[in-house]
Design a protein. Structure first.
Length: 239
C-alpha cells in the first residue's frame, strides 16, 4: 500500500492518504503533549510502542466483536486503517478515581468505583475540550441518538475486555479515552489509539504508574514505564 500525501498532523500522529480512498496510513511520533498542548516533550520509542500496542489491543477487541478501524500494521510506526470521519467526542471510561475526576469531585486517587463511569468531552482544542452530556451532544448534532447508544455500549464492552486483559498482565486499568468514527456507510467503529498515552495503567501490586502520567507529572522513568507496559503485553500476546 503506497503512502501518498499527508492529510493531517496531530500531536502524536500523522495521517497519510493511500491509493485506496477508503484506507489511510497512520504514522506514530515520539512527541508528547499534555494539558491541552501547554506541556511539550519527547518520549523516545513511544511511537513504536503505541503503534504496536494499539494494534494488538484493537485486534483483540475485533476478535471479541467490537468493530475498529484497524486493518494492518505496516511497519514499526505505521498502520493501515479504515478511513473514518471522527465523531468529535472524547469518551472517557473510569474504573478508579484519578486525574480530573479526583480533582472535580475532591476524592483521592485510587478510590475504586462499584460500577464504571462514562463521560464525554467535545473535541475542540480552542474551547479546551469541554465536558458535555448526551443531550448536549444531540443538541450540537455531533451524533444521533442511535450512535451515542452504540458508542456507550461499545465503550463499556471495551472496558470489560481491556480490564480483563490488563488484569491478566498484572496491570490495573484505571481509566481511558476512546474516539469513534463513521465509515462511509455510517457504521460506528473504534478509531484513534489505545495506548499508555490514552489509558491510566497501574501495576496491580505496587500501583506504580505505567502510563503518560509519568510525563504529565514529571515522575521520571517515562521511557522505562512505556517499555515495561509493552513487555507485559508481549509476555501475554507474544512478541
Ligand atoms: N485522556 C486522553 N486525552 C485527553 C484527556 C484524557 O487520552 O485529552 C485520557 C487520560 O490518559 C486518562 C483518561 O483519559 O487515561 C482520563 O483523563 P482525565 O479526564 O482524568 O484527564 P487528565 O487528568 O489526564 O487531564
Amino acid at each position: 500500500m503506497e503512502k501518498k500525501e499527508q492529510l493531517y498532523e496531530g500531536k502524536a500522529k500523522k495521517v497519510f492518504a493511500t491509493d485506496d480512498p477508503d484506507l489511510l496510513i497512520v504514522q506514530y511520533k515520539d512527541d508528547a503533549t499534555a494539558f491541552n498542548g501547554l506541556k511539550k516533550g519527547t518520549i523516545a520509542g513511544k511511537g513504536v510502542i503505541n503503534n504496536q500496542m494499539s494494534n494488538r489491543l484493537m485486534a483483540m477487541l475485533e476478535s471479541e466483536g467490537v468493530p475498529t478501524h484497524f486493518v494492518q500494521e505496516l511497519s514499526q510506526r505505521e498502520t493501515l486503517v479504515k478511513r473514518v470521519s471522527i465523531v468529535p467526542l472524547e469518551v472517557i471510561v473510569r474504573n478508579i478515581a484519578a486525574g480530573s475526576f479526583s480533582k472535580h469531585y475532591g476524592v483521592e486517587e485510587g478510590m475504586v468505583f462499584d460500577k464504571p463511569t462514562i463521560e464525554f468531552s467535545y473535541k475542540n482544542d480552542a474551547l479546551g475540550d469541554p465536558l458535555l452530556n448526551t443531550r448536549h451532544a444531540l443538541a450540537l448534532r455531533v451524533v444521533t441518538e442511535a450512535e451515542i447508544e452504540t458508542i456507550k455500549a461499545y465503550s463499556f464492552r471495551i472496558n470489560e475486555l481491556l480490564q480483563a486483559f490488563w488484569k491478566s498482565c498484572g496491570v490495573t486499568l484505571v481509566d481511558f479515552k476512546l474516539e469513534f468514527g463513521r465509515l462511509s456507510d455510517g457504521t460506528i467503529v473504534l478509531a484513534d489509539e489505545i495506548s499508555p498515552d490514552t489509558c491510566r495503567l497501574w501495576d496491580s501490586k505496587t500501583h506504580e504508574k505505567l502510563d503518560k502520567d509519568r510525563f504529565r507529572r514529571d515522575l521520571g522513568g517515562v521511557e522505562e514505564a512505556y517499555a515495561e507496559i509493552m513487555k507485559r503485553l508481549e509476555a501475554k500476546l507474544g512478541g
